[in-house]
Ligand binder design. Sequence first.
Ligand SMILES: Nc1ncnc2c1ncn2[C@@H]1O[C@H](COP(=O)(O)OP(=O)(O)OP(=O)(O)O)[C@@H](O)[C@H]1O
Length: 738
Amino acid sequence: MTPPMTDSNKDTSADFSALGLDPDITSHLATKMGISQPTPIQKKAIPAMLRDRLVKVDSSNDTYAQEERRPRDICIQAQTGSGKTLTFLLPIVHRLLLASTAPAEDITDKAQGASRNLGSMAVIITPTHELAKQILSTLEQLLRMTVDRSRRAHWMVPGIVVGGENPASEKARLRKGVTILVTTPGRLLRHLQVTQSFVTQNLRWLVLDEADRLLEEGFEETLKSIMTILDERMVPPHLLRRNDSCPFLLSNHLPRSRQVVLCSATLPNKVLQLAGTTLTHPLFCRNTGTDGQEDELSPQYEAPSQLRQYYIVMPAKLRLVTLAATLMQVFPSVVSKNPSSKDTMRTFSGASQGTFKVVIFLSSCDSVDFHHVLFSEAPAPKFWPAAYSAQLNGSRSDDAVAPTKVPQSTLAAENSTERTCPLLPGVMLYKLHGNLPQKVRADTFSRFSRSSSSSILLCTDVAARGLDFPHVNFIIQYDPPAEVADYVHRVGRTARIGRQGESLIFLTPTETDYLDILRSQGMVLEAKDADKHLKILVKRKGKGQIQVAATDLQQTWERWVHGESSTQESPHSVNNESSDDDEGSTTISAKSHNKDPAGSRAKSTGPPDLVQPKDLAQAAFLSSVRAYATHVSSERHIFHIRKLHLGHWAKSFGLRETPTQVGAHGSKEHNSTSKGKSKGSKSANFRSKDSFSFSATGSGSAQYGKTNHAPSNPFKRAASHADEFSSGIDFGGKKKRL
Ligand SMILES: Nc1ncnc2c1ncn2[C@@H]1O[C@H](COP(=O)(O)OP(=O)(O)OP(=O)(O)O)[C@@H](O)[C@H]1O
């Protein structure tokens, strides 16, 4: 069914056939794919891709023609979820279809030779496997069209090579011929280099989806090598006519030379400048500006107008409990069962019923693993509202918190990542990141997409771009992205194609300048009050109850992380004690209550196939600190490791140790927990745009790379500045620590 259109996406002046698309295609779109009206970017860019320009040719090279039709390269920039995939797929399929079924007068010899033997006529490159598979699926849907008997469409073979399968079967596929190939850069380059039977000399379209990402450091070199090989193999247009063995290739419906299409919601100036110098007469198609005209370049990004963007500011030590409160806010079914909650307490619109999906972005794979285990294995807190605890599978919330070890299978690998979430009954939990084996990634992607239950996906930026998960209503950026473009792509997983959606970014008090950067790039954000927000955790009304509830939840999780029983201490007996000793305190509001971590240490020796939550928490903490140092240089004055309150940061992973202690443990334990992870884990473990390398050593020291002014031990340095950071939340009266 066609989704509802907002004013910004609605277009009544044209349907797809008015854009010049073949009637068989438009009828298939309407009847089989439920798509009948083009979005503004489709209206603008599809005709541009269909239109060639006339160029004078050097007659010394071509004795047949004085003028030739040549395509223009195209840059497509439009908001996330505005239908860019069909924007580039439709013209390709249309032109191939027309060329292979053209009336006799169009070319001298009717469409002879259109077959998969011509090799790849279109190559679509994307940064991730998931996105490649999604594009392939749209392409396959499109190619299922029924055409008139006199026409030929079956020869167009869609295909994918992204790795993760036996290279021999990929080679075999390429040998047979894949007319429209969807691929990732590394895999494509490998096949160009080693697969002799991979034919690309007839390539007419090269699409770089998420072009800005593909042209970034990391992919850039691969892309250059790909372009060089493709250029070398391409048959120059002036030689085409002499090669009359395949008249199909001379069809006027095909671009005579290769058309390059760059596509993204974010094409920053540096990419556009590059495009301006390396592309052939590039045409810029953006959502703004007058139809059919080239638009002016602007550094601004655009989020879907129906997306409501929020931010919330809280000290690092409250991040975890605020995340829990947020999830309770956004899952209406759970909230409505909370006896103390009223609709007015909910600060997000949410959905009144039906499937509700949330995507939570974190900065590292280890952090995703930790939170996935925490939310699926940790028990509800002792004072969790009865309505929630009653639904816990067979466990009572006031039971002692049993020390938990986490089965390895939960962490990574063989099986599905689908879990239930004790805190949010009825809500399913998934995780997606680059360290997971390809099979698990694919399984997660499809289960989360198809799930009819309300669900949460915890992920790294591997899921930030392009993925079109249905029914995602809410995006949480628990860790701010490494750059603004990533912000735009992350929030773009909701509010797609005119649907409603909300997003929330978590910031600490030292990070609020980031809002200026977001606003300067065209983002419109509203504030959420952290204090009001946490109210949802409160069971009874009364002064100080937010603090009680938040402390209770934090303590429950700390005990779980440290493998302790809840009966070891009473949260409320310590709640009234106030301490400034953040670095060493056990809870967010009180002094350390279990200075002797012997219990947890004793429990850390378990069977080799089990991992302690504390190991996970430490690995997550370390990798999240490392990821913190990977923000782009223009943002590093805001997100600088020296500004990070590491003691509070540790708390957001349920850790009590001082950062130095965590660093010392973490290095060893992280190494051991990392063993056995999938290949490529090193590179994919945290954000790759890394201008800083940090490695914790056994002594807790840190090593910096590429940074001249960095302190030798960021943990110690940050800890010594601990007093500069207040909680940031005033619960009334004198200073209290949560
Ligand atoms: N004209 C249309 N009318 C209704 N739905 C459409 C239309 N065009 C595309 N869609 C659907 O909209 C959804 C989003 O499209 P798509 O994934 O191509 O967006 P995008 O602009 O590429 O987003 P992103 O920037 O996040 O990659 C898809 O489910 C697609 O099938």
